[in-house]
Write a protein that binds this ligand. Structure first.
Ligand code: SF4
Length: 412
């Protein structure tokens, strides 16, 4: 099989993995003439969006889509009837270098099905990164998928070459993992995430303590994970509780949410249809609230429903459930309170706090501060604005933010 055909198969097989944004790594470049590539923004093949909104491009492939495991939700599972292919280590290295030189990509995202053993597969994945860094002086971004059962020395070596490592938690609940991926061991997954955390902490502490000697490098962009949404019956509340636990326990940089895609010849244990993509989007918004807006997982989702609203964003939904906390006087509210106002982002809050020291903010100032007022005005008091009490209390407020009903088409 030629490399072009392998690339078709193995790039297509990798598309289900969402955990490949490249933010947060150290800055490197090759302007000194020693080495190849940089971690600066570029143009490329597989587009991902980093948390800061930057569009990044990675060569995103599997080393092989053959796999000993039979995870029911995975198109590459052992019992799946798909064409199989396998790259050699040198083929992936050459592709990465060639694509980089043509400015198609700014890095590599490499994962693999598990062949022979976890150690054998991990060694192959690490060999690609080692060759890129040591033989080709490649300074672009490298994200390696880590196999939880692999030996600790291989994982340490992976962290030496990769910017980011990730291990997929796969599904939010342990019971579901046992049913859908019986060969996977949730304890091994969590144990390896814990080991990664210790190595990341150690590297960070060494970095702080270092005087002249350079500390050993370990995945400067940290670790991330991915959860498949909609393959089991887990509610959004369960998903966010699991994410909060993962952020707290393993200092993950990101949890990625990937809406389950129905696959050919799927098991009857799986749903027939994909969840609405908007659910994935709402989970990302809720995740953002936990990481940057001071919300706890438990308060984002309405306890009774267990699910995020698909119609309106989670912060607005929270504010509508807690109208007694509004309207908030922008002149005196704390930063934490302002962060809970619908429509106020973190930068908007910073601008408000800087401006209110100098002047009493009025409605017309919002546009000047680049703050959209439409969502926020029913919830705030400004120098020349106070929302009517009956507006904040009324049902009409919730209806105002819901998308307009659209007549369904007939499909012809
Ligand atoms: S181990 Fe990974 S590649 Fe193999 S079947 Fe499971 S999810 Fe798919």
């Amino acid at each position: 099989m030629d490399v072009q055909r392998k690339l078709e198969i193995l790039a297509d097989a990798a598309k289900y993995d969402a955990s490949c944004a490249s933010s947060g790594t150290e800055k490197r470049d090759s302007s000194d003439g020693k080495g190849l590539g940089s971690t600066a923004p570029g143009m490329g093949i597989c587009h991902s969006y980093a948390p800061d909104g930057r569009c990044i491009s990675l060569l995103k492939v599997l080393l092989t889509n053959a796999c000993n495991y039979d995870c029911l939700y995975c198109v590459n599972r052992a019992s799946s009837n798909v064409p199989r292919a396998r790259f050699t280590v040198d083929e992936v290295v050459k592709l990465t270098i060639d694509f980089y030189r043509r400015n198609y990509i700014e890095g590599l995202f490499l994962s693999s099905g598990i062949i022979r053993s976890a150690d054998y597969t991990m060694e192959q994945v690490v060999s690609v990164a080692r060759k890129l860094r040591e033989q080709h002086r490649f300074r672009g971004y490298i994200h390696l998928k880590t196999i939880p059962e692999a030996d600790d020395t291989l994982i340490t070596e992976a962290g030496k070459y990769a910017d980011r490592l990730s291990i997929n938690i796969e599904v939010p609940e342990e019971d579901s993992l046992a049913k859908l991926a019986p060969e996977k061991d949730v304890r091994a997954i969590r144990r390896t995430m814990g080991r990664l955390r210790l190595k990341l902490d150690e590297a960070r502490d060494n970095d702080k303590a270092a005087t002249k000697a350079k500390p050993p490098r370990f995945a400067p962009a940290g670790q991330s994970t991915q959860m498949i949404i909609g393959a089991d019956a887990a509610t959004d509340k369960t998903i966010l509780d699991t994410s909060a636990n993962l952020y707290g326990s393993y200092r993950l940089k990101r949890v990625y949410y990937s809406a389950f895609s129905p696959i050919p010849d799927a098991s009857r244990s799986l749903p027939l249809a994909a969840p609405p993509l908007i659910r994935e989007h709402r989970l990302y918004q809720a995740d953002w609230l936990m990481r940057f807006y001071g919300f706890d997982a438990g308060e984002i989702v309405d306890e009774r429903a267990g699910m995020l609203s698909l119609d309106i964003d989670p912060k607005l939904a929270w504010a509508l459930r807690h109208r007694d906390r509004f309207p908030l006087d922008v002149a005196t509210a704390s930063r934490e309170e302002l962060l809970r106002v619908p429509g106020f982002g973190t930068r908007a809050v910073d601008r408000i706090i800087a401006t209110r020291r100098l002047t009493n903010i009025r409605v017309e100032d919002l546009a000047r501060l680049h703050i959209p007022g439409k969502k926020a005005l029913p919830f705030i008091v400004l120098g020349n604005h106070r929302p009517q009490r009956n507006l904040l209390d009324g049902e009409a407020l919730a209806a105002r933010f819901k998308p307009k009903a659209v007549q369904m088409g007939f499909g012809f």
